[in-house]
Design a protein around this ligand. Structure first.
Ligand code: GCB
Length: 596
């Protein structure tokens, strides 16, 4: 029965991606283990703030032939930029550009008749149009998820020219929409790889424990390019597991075996080398096994109640004031999270790079992964639900084998309480459960009622989630109405409760203001918010986790105070120079006292 369910899901997903093939294809998983030619490095760029490149057909790279010919652009002689990387931080003139940059990379290749070729992008913010050798091969929308194009019939032996038009202009019907409180870094922000596969290759797989079981693996392997059934093997050498299954004509193979796994947990982030082998392809992944489930008011990790000690993180390298993209960048941020005493990171407000998720997993940090369905989304636009659905599929597909990822967060602070919003997000939740019922699901809400020092926590979506996630800024945006310890709570239901954001701003070193005034931007005022919040946490029913906003001060163009903010959201526990504020120590001490 379960396999029938898996089959129908896989079929629907395949059908969906076939129907949208004019656009990008869903990316194959686990690029790291494939036969790749890395295209990172210096790319030539043409800055195109007025969008003239489209009618000039920049990708054709026309050259003058007659005496009277001239073209007002050229990649030759243009500057270069690093890929991966955002363009805003690489050229001071375009710091605030929200528009078009054309990128070009040349590479050489030798075609082989028995191979297929793909061009794979880790992420491009926000819309990418990709051209190979003068031909448009497709586009992709969404700044934080991977995508690929098959170029087997288009790639040549010898020199090839890849051109990408990147546009990070905000779209009303985009995800996120026009307004968001982080820096809109545009560019080819993650790795680019040319991937060579056999004619029939392992496209995707799901190798995780069955829900409620700590020793039964239930999953599937999806081959792409099959003409008939094929044997598929799964080996876990460390456990002497050698499992064999067979794919159907659509390339889908059921996986079901058991093993005596040492379970993955923050204390013991155990990963196993798992080898997946088909007739002509093989991939290796490092996979952890664990269970995560709700039992009444508690969340159980590997059958034991867990309290999530989390911290919010944006994908920014503070020392470079640039988009983070590498394992080194991830290490800076995650080392701080570990030092703070966290067992989880909330990767706000969009899927971060695969480096970040994989490193978190190795370091024993659970991951909260989120879609940028953020605040003012245009739910009345019929395109929006489709975009959300596609982005969710891309997010889940990339990380579904990561034991560290325990929770899919499908939206944050959506403001319009309309039927469109409810219907779209309830449907998204259903689809998410269908795709992956082994993890928890949430939506983050921030506009609870708060009167007479009493919270009234209610939202239609809370009836569809596994945990109630709420953001509250008592002491900052909202003044306290009484003693923090006497705050009262009414909840719409009895589910576990996660305080996913709280905090306030302070400038590191600004401690000259009176203790009780926010306007001093002092470390003391921020410290006081943290002390009060912690006092309040003791009385929050069903509390299973807290997550301060935010680990590090980060760039946000709407944060305009000329002395205290200077383009930064200052709610960090740490400044952008790595200095720890007083609030850091309060939070660290709190996490130390919560001992699980
Ligand atoms: C929030 C948002 C977060 C903002 C934060 C703030 O509620 O979820 O994205 O950056 O507040 O600093 O206002």
């Amino acid at each position: 029965k379960l396999f029938t369910k898996i089959k129908s899901i896989a079929f629907l997903v395949t059908l969906f991606f076939c129907c949208t093939s004019l656009y990008s294809q869903s990316a194959m998983t686990n690029v790291e283990s494939r036969n790749t030619t890395n295209l990172n490095g210096d790319w030539t760029v043409i800055i195109d703030p007025t969008g003239t490149g489209d009618w000039r057909q920049v990708w054709k790279e026309k050259k003058p032939e007659k005496k009277t010919d001239f073209y007002e652009y050229s990649f030759e002689g243009s500057p270069t930029m690093k890929v991966p990387g955002d363009f805003n931080s690489q050229m001071v003139e375009i710091t605030y550009l929200e528009g078009i940059v054309w990128y070009k990379k040349e590479f050489t290749h030798t075609t082989k008749s028995n191979k297929r070729n793909f061009i794979h992008f880790g992420a491009v913010n926000y819309v990418a149009d990709v051209y190979l050798n003068g031909e448009h091969i497709g586009s992709h929308e969404g700044g934080f998820t991977p995508f690929q194009f098959e170029i087997t019939d288009k790639i040549k032996s010898g020199k090839n020219a890849l051109v990408v038009k990147v546009n990070n202009k905000r779209l009303k019907n985009g995800l996120p929409s026009l307004g968001f409180d982080w820096f809109n870094y545009g560019g080819i922000t993650r790795d680019v790889n040319l991937i060579e596969t056999s004619k029939c290759y392992i496209e995707d797989y799901h190798i995780q424990l069955e829900k409620h079981s700590d020793n039964e693996v239930l999953g599937w392997v999806q081959l792409n390019g099959v003409s008939k059934s094929e044997k598929v093997k799964i080996k876990i050498p460390e456990l002497n597991i050698e499992y064999e299954t067979i794919s159907n004509k659509n390339g889908l193979a059921e996986v079901k075996f058991s093993g005596e796994f040492e379970l993955w947990s923050p204390q013991n982030p155990k990963l196993y080398s798992v080898i997946i082998k088909s007739k002509n392809d093989e991939v290796t992944d490092e996979i952890g096994f664990r269970t995560i489930e709700i039992k009444g008011k508690e969340v159980l990790l590997n059958n034991k109640p867990i309290f999530f000690k989390s911290v919010n993180i944006h994908e920014e390298n503070p020392y470079k004031a640039a988009k983070a993209y590498s394992e080194e960048d991830a290490l800076i941020l995650l080392n701080w999270a570990k030092e703070l005493g966290c067992n989880m990171v909330r990767l706000a407000h969009y899927p971060h790079s695969e480096h970040m998720v994989k490193l978190a997993e190795k370091m024993g940090l659970m991951v909260w992964s989120e879609l940028p369905v953020y605040q003012h989304i245009e739910f009345s636009n019929p395109d929006v639900p489709q975009k959300m659905d596609l982005m969710m599929k891309e997010m889940i597909r990339r990380d579904r084998n990561r034991a560290a990822v325990v929770l899919w967060s499908l939206s944050n602070e959506t403001y319009s309480f309309t039927e469109n919003r409810d219907n779209a997000l309830i449907e998204l939740t259903k689809q998410c459960k269908l795709l992956d019922d082994t993890r928890l699901i949430t939506h983050v809400i921030n506009n609870q009622g708060y009167d007479n020092n009493t919270f009234n926590v209610w939202d239609t979506l809370y009836n569809h989630v596994d945990i109630i996630a709420l953001n509250e800024y008592l002491g900052w945006y909202v003044p306290w109405q009484g003693k923090p310890s006497e705050t009262k709570w009414k909840f719409v239901n009895d589910k576990p409760v996660f305080i996913s954001e709280f905090g306030g701003e302070s400038l590191y070193g600004s401690n000259y203001g009176p203790k009780d005034e926010a306007a001093s931007w002092s470390e003391e005022y921020q410290e006081k918010i943290y002390q009060d919040q912690i006092e309040m946490f003791n009385n929050v029913p069903n509390l299973i986790g807290v997550c301060p906003w935010i680990l590090v001060d980060y760039r946000s163009s709407g944060r305009m105070h000329p002395v205290y903010q200077k383009g930064y959201n200052r709610k960090g526990l740490i400044s952008e120079n790595g200095e720890k504020k007083k609030s850091w120590y309060i939070m660290k001490e709190y996490f130390q006292t919560e001992n699980n």
